[in-house]
Structure formats: C-alpha cells, structure tokens
Design a protein around this ligand. Sequence first.
Ligand code: NDP
Length: 283
Amino acid sequence: MGLNGTDHYAVLGNPVAHSRSPFIHTLFAQQTGQSLVYSRVLCPLDGFVQAVRDFAAQGGKGCNVTVPFKFEAPALVAHCTPRAQLAGAANVLKLDDHGWWADNSDGVGLVRDIEQGAGRPLRGLRVLLVGAGGAGAGVLGPLLGARPAQVVVANRSVDKARRLVQRHAAWALEHGAELSATSLDAPGLDFDVVLNASSSSLQGAPSPVGAAVIQPGTLALDLMYGPSAQPFLAWARSHGAEPRDGLGMLVEQAAEAFHFWRGVRPQTTPVLAALRVEIAAGR
Ligand code: NDP
C-alpha cells in the first residue's frame, strides 16, 4: 500500500503509451469508491521479470500485462487461475499474502461483450477465430465455454493454431463444441461470428481472411479499436456483416481484472460510453 492508503496498479507492456487501461481503471475506482492509482510501465523487451519485481518492490499490488509479455506471465507466479492455465497466457497479475497470482480476463471480457453488449448468445453458433497469439490464446477457452457448435481457429502460422487447438481439445469436447485449426486461405464459409484476434489491423493490413467467411448478419468483431480498426469494420459492413470493435471487450476484461484485484465489480456501460467519447474526440 502506498501513501494515504492508496494502492498502486499499472499496465506493463511494450509499447504501452497507447493503453486506455489507466483511463478505464481510474473511472472504475471513482465509481466504486476504491482508493488506487493506475499507471503505465514500459518494460524493456528482455526485462519483463525485472519490471514485475521492481513494481512489487515499489508497493505495486497488481498489474495488467499486455503485448508481448502475456505468455511470459504465468511462468512468473506461484498461482494460476484455471483459465490462465488453460490459455498458457495471462493478462492480469495480483500480489497478495500468498504471492503472485495470474489470471486471464480477455476471454470472459470478449464473451460478455458478444453476448451482452452485442446481444448474441454464442450457444450453437459457428465461430471463426482469426489469430493464435496472446489474445487468441486468452479467448479460446471462454469462447468454448459458451458452448458454440463450432470454433475454427485460423492463423498465419498454422502450426501455432494447431498447438492452440490441441491444448483446448479436451475442453472443447467437454463443452460439445467442434474445434479445428486451419490456414488463413481456406478457413470455411458463412460463419455466424468472425473474430479478428490477429494484429492485422494494428499493422494497417487488410482483412486477413476473405469475404466468404461472412454471411448476411454475421457479427464481425475486430479486437482492435479506434481508427486502426476502421478498415476491417468497413470491409465487414460492405459484405453484409454487423461490425463491432474491441472497445467493449477492453472495458469488460478490465472490469474482470478490477474484480480480481479489489473484490468489487464496476459497472461497464458508463465507462464504455465515456471511452467512446474520448476516442471520438481524438484524445
Ligand atoms: P500477438 O502479437 O500475440 O499475436 C499476433 C497474432 O496476429 C498472431 O496470431 C499473428 O500470426 C497474427 N498476425 C500478425 N500480423 C498479421 C497479419 N498481417 N495478417 C494476419 N495475421 C497476422 O498479439 P495479441 O494476440 O496480443 O493481439 C492481437 C490483437 O488483439 C491486437 O490488435 C491487440 O491490440 C488486440 N487485443 C485487444 C484486446 C481488447 O481488449 N480489445 C485484448 C487483447 C488484444 P502469427 O502467429 O503467424 O505470427
């Protein structure tokens, strides 16, 4: 605990300057009356472990972990939640009397945004997940947990998609979902939900999959948000899909992290609205 009973949290990554997490968690803290400060920590690419140690030594209570350290985080800690263990990746760390804990809130955030934000219950649907990096790994377990009929994981490096699918095979079976891995060239046709969890939009690249994956009314969600997501969303709209950006997921995964740290669940709707105003104003 810091001065005046204020706890310190941060997002650790490289880069982190663009992160909206300080804005979101500051609003959550105001809304729930929690005394905390939240900052950004830029970690050297080979210095994540030391950065976590330094943060703890300075009184840090918990952090978000972002690109490219999500796969490093679970190995660091004494305890992993089952969903972080299944993903093999963590985006939330917490320090308490038992040591460090790792969790992954990306998947529950995405599922909440799809089911509650976009109003699409996933049960029985056919889902295409594009990308098998930190985000893809984090969301696959909770996606399968929502009992879709099928999830196809398509990735530029097919081997990575195959490994992710293998890791989740038993979980998929348990939840009655068909799960397979494929390349970006032939991911299949006419999905109900298409999720771009690749970093194509971040790089200004076009949609990583062809329009055959879309049918009228497909929910096409890019985990990216802001101006970089617009080309994918425009492409999806032009092919008859309902486009959605990753801001809802961002706020939902943050709310889950906040609950993990503080034991209180903030309301997400007003924070998402405030964030949309910030971004529209170019701030
Ligand atoms: P990673 O760097 O871990 O993984 C990147 C993924 O994108 C890999 O699967 C990679 O394929 C693929 N990829 C990279 N470039 C291209 C391209 N030009 N065409 C097709 N595929 C490509 O990143 P993350 O998984 O952590 O993040 C992915 C995206 O999700 C980012 O845009 C990030 O901002 C967003 N995100 C949003 C969140 C939210 O809350 N809204 C939360 C987490 C992430 P390969 O394996 O072949 O290299």
